[in-house]
Design a protein around this ligand. Structure first.
Ligand code: ASP
Length: 434
């Protein structure tokens, strides 16, 4: 059995959905489909999910979602029109959803309706059974998937008369039955959860590129498609900003070792990238960089002499809403990097004051404009490539604030300035891959 997840660009309009049908018709094993909400049809277009978040914002500000919802409504109705699907049930659903958003159901409910309506329409077009993720996927308060979901999906699929199914991606519900979404791009996670539940032979993840690329093609024109890559490497590349596959979508399939095949809806004949539990061949996989980071630096003589210091400092950061993505330690210092969006300047000022007084620090400072560049590959432990990468950055006069090598078996990273991100990716890529 093959589970197929189609991303937003693959279901952006009726023409794309027709391609989805052709892909499914070409292979009988493709019996379970997960869909995203319609994405952008062109550069200027807006994703349905973004519009739905805007609907909720309008309501939170005391207004109505009517105007923005009209755009959503029009898009779904035009898809139904072109696919020759009966419009009455869709119009009724749209009206009910609009009323509930206006009644203040909240961001998760609003955002989830893009996937819901997409699956509702596509299941009719394909004549597959619609299974609502709200009835089958339980999401814990920390965003992880409750294992109960696997049995539930298995049971629903097993007990159904129809042998083909469509699930909406991106959401499930809390154990109390309230709609809850994964983080953005989370339909990939739904695909993994369903794959594990039905013990799929393969999880095909259909998108608009022919696989995982060794670098962002808008930065490195000659970036190539990675043939085969391991679960670990994908997680790391995604964490460094490569956007093809959600980094949390690996976890559900790890136990069962299901292969994931990234494929292109617009070029189904291309092999794409195969993501496997492990890969035999030792090689470099890719380079990626993620910006928008800020840095907190702390210094105090004999900082770690007192037991539990790291934990106490981190707890203080959490109190101010900062959850660092990574940290570095020295004998008398700690440096944390976190997503700049996590805290405003006034919150940071208050936090620095509190840190300084409570822990009697010699120095505490925060600055923004940082980025991290990661090189990922199974060969990094003994190919010496970090030396070549560091030299390339130095030759190009790109300042490096840290080098993190050895914490992971399959990646190392450099701290760079946000403004150097693209240049650095290009330079390191050329030094290692050309
Ligand atoms: N539609 C959601 C988003 O735009 C989820 C997804 O497409 O995976 O983030």
């Amino acid at each position: 059995m093959t589970v197929c997840k189609f991303g937003g660009s693959s279901v952006a309009d009726a023409a794309q959905i027709k391609k989805v049908k052709a892909i499914l018709d070409a292979d009988e094993n493709r019996s379970i489909v997960i869909v995203s909400a319609p994405g952008k049809r062109n550069r200027e277009d807006e994703k349905i999910t973004d519009l739905l978040y805007r609907c909720n914002e309008a309501v939170q500000k005391g207004g109505s979602c009517k105007e923005i919802f009209a755009i959503i409504q029009e898009r779904f109705i035009s898809i139904a029109d072109e696919l020759k699907i009966e419009k009455k049930p869709l119009i009724m659903q749209l009206e009910e959803i609009r009323q509930l958003i206006d009644a203040g159901r909240g961001a998760d409910y609003a955002a989830s309706r893009g996937e819901y309506l997409s699956a509702f329409l596509i299941s009719q077009y394909l004549n597959f059974e619609f299974i609502d993720a709200a009835d089958s996927i339980v999401i814990n308060s920390d965003g992880t998937v409750n294992p109960f979901s696997y049995d539930k999906i298995h049971m629903l699929v097993d007990n159904s008369k129809k042998k083909k199914f469509v699930f909406p991606g991106f959401y499930g519900s809390t154990k109390d039955g309230v709609i809850k979404t994964f983080t953005r791009g989370g339909s990939d996670i739904t695909g993994s959860v369903v794959s594990r539940a039905v013990n799929a032979d393969v999880y095909e993840n259909w998108t608009d590129v022919s696989g995982f690329l060794s670098a962002d093609p808008s930065i490195v024109e000659h970036a190539r498609v990675i043939d085969t890559i391991s679960y670990n490497e994908v997680r790391e590349l995604s964490d460094y900003g490569a956007s093809v596959f959600h980094e949390e979508a690996i976890a559900p399939v790890v136990k069962s070792g299901i292969p994931i095949n990234i494929k292109n809806t617009n070029r189904p004949e291309d092999r794409g990238t195969l993501i496997m539990p492990t890969c035999e061949e030792k090689k470099l996989a890719g380079v990626s960089a993620k910006g928008g980071l800020s840095r907190i630096k702390i210094r105090k003589l004999m900082l770690f002499k007192k037991q539990g210091m790291r934990h106490a400092l981190l707890t203080m950061l959490h109190i101010f809403g900062i959850r660092p993505s990574f940290s570095l330690f020295g004998i008398d210092s700690i440096v944390w990097f976190y997503d700049t969006k996590m805290a405003s300047e006034s919150i940071l000022d208050a936090m620095c004051e509190r840190l300084k007084s409570e822990f009697e620090l010699d120095e505490v400072s925060v600055d923004s404009g940082h980025a991290i560049l990661g090189v990922v590959g199974s060969s990094i432990a003994d190919d010496g490539s970090y030396i070549k990468a560091a030299k390339a950055l130095s030759d190009a006069s790109i300042p490096v604030s840290f080098l993190n090598y050895g914490a992971s078996d399959v990646s190392y990273s450099f701290g760079i300035r946000d403004e150097d991100k693209e240049k650095a990716v290009k330079i390191v890529y050329d030094a290692l891959f050309k």
